[in-house]
Design a protein around this ligand. Structure first.
Ligand code: ZN
Length: 73
């Protein structure tokens, strides 16, 4: 029953360490020695970690956060 949809490999969230079936790529770490690695976050932590994202996504994220906290810091 293949639908051709790319299935993500479960990855540990870099914020909480819990392996999630829906990892979101939030950045990369470039090590001085050895290859860099990709950072993933679970959906719960995706909005609060530094992310490489488009300006539009950053704006939407900022708006979402200000609404969640209720105070414009
Ligand atoms: Zn997490």
């Amino acid at each position: 029953m293949s639908t051709g949809t790319t299935r993500l490999t479960p990855q540990p969230c870099h914020a909480c360490g819990i392996t999630t079936d829906h990892p979101v790529r939030v950045g990369e770490v470039h090590a001085a020695s050895g290859p860099g690695r990709t950072l993933y976050a679970c959906p719960a932590h995706t909005p609060r970690v530094p992310a490489v994202q488009t300006p539009a996504a950053a704006l939407a994220d900022a708006l979402r956060r200000s609404r969640d906290f209720g105070t414009g810091v």
